[in-house]
Design a protein around this ligand. Structure first.
Ligand code: PAF
Length: 285
């Protein structure tokens, strides 16, 4: 069983694997694992010799201490779930305490991601992507993976991580994987566990709103999409829209209706249900 709480133990293991020339597929997580994480791990296990998973709720990427406190944690169950799917001998799990990662001070480094950091999630959650960069720089250096896997649900994070790899000139491939959804269309998220039964039903409307945007986009009703989607949220109880925006995948620049007939656009949404902040997106073109 390869479950490590210490970075030093991980470093020794990684060195041994490197000496055997074994490739590592890395899936960083904050735990509370669900089928979406397992799908990332399956791809990583398939494409590499060894699967590595980190489970760590990273404090520096939370700008709201209540959100950090409420973030679901159940490492024992997470480890069981991983080992119910993957070979124990081929799977490394790192579940550090905060002081193994942040030795003296729990602070984030600063990164410039070419402006990506100021859009959408960056604007709503100041400092969030500095925290993400800090933990991923640490983890990438520790695991030295050949490939690292990220879900497209956090599409902005995926673009940020690609920019981080460029900045740090890291020799690894960043792989984006499709959003994993419940039958209702609700994007799988660790946060869904905090939804009430009714909240689960309401939250599926977020997916419906993206489908509506896609449909309107396909029929060229560019100038009406924003308003129509916003109006659907106004009509649904216990579903509060934080933002809905159509932006270019490459730089996350908002696309005004006049520029919409172009390739590489995506609709992005954040909404709150039962006080839980949920994020989703959908490719439009
Ligand atoms: O997407 C997440 O779960 C986190 O942002 C990540 C990439 C594990 C960094 O803490």
């Amino acid at each position: 069983m390869m479950v490590f709480k210490s970075k030093n133990e991980v470093a020794i293991k990684i060195k041994a694997l490197a000496s055997e020339d074994l490739s590592i597929g890395f899936v960083p997580t904050m735990g509370a694992l669900h089928d979406g994480h397992i799908a990332l791990m399956k791809t990583a296990a398939l494409e590499n010799d060894v699967l590595a998973v980190s489970i760590f709720v990273n404090p520096t990427q939370f700008n709201n201490s209540t959100d950090l406190d409420k973030y679901p944690r159940n490492v024992g169950k997470d480890i069981e779930l991983i080992y119910s799917h993957f070979d124990k001998e081929q799977t490394i799990i790192y579940t550090p305490d905060v002081d193994d990662v942040y030795s003296d001070q729990i602070i984030a480094k600063h990164y410039a991601y070419g402006g990506l950091e100021n859009k959408m999630e960056g604007a709503s959650r100041p400092g969030h992507f500095d925290g993400v960069g800090t933990i991923l720089e640490f983890l990438f250096h520790l695991f030295k993976p050949a490939r690292a896997y990220f879900g497209e649900k956090d599409f902005q994070q995926l673009q940020i991580v690609k920019s981080l790899r460029e900045q740090l000139a890291l020799d690894l491939e960043i792989i984006g994987c499709p959003i994993s959804r419940e039958d209702s269309g609700l994007a799988r998220s660790s946060r869904n566990g905090r939804l009430t039964d009714l909240g689960w039903i309401t939250a599926a409307k977020i997916y419906q709103s993206l489908l509506l945007a896609k449909e309107m986009y396909a029929s060229g009703k560019y100038d009406r999409i924003q308003k129509t989607v916003e109006q659907t949220y106004d009509k649904i109880e216990n579903l509060d829209l934080e933002y809905f925006t159509i932006a270019r995948e490459v730089d996350l620049e908002t696309a005004p209706p006049a520029e919409m007939p172009q390739k590489g656009l995506r609709a992005f949404v954040v909404a709150h249900v039962d006080g839980v902040r949920l994020i989703d997106n959908m490719k439009l073109s």
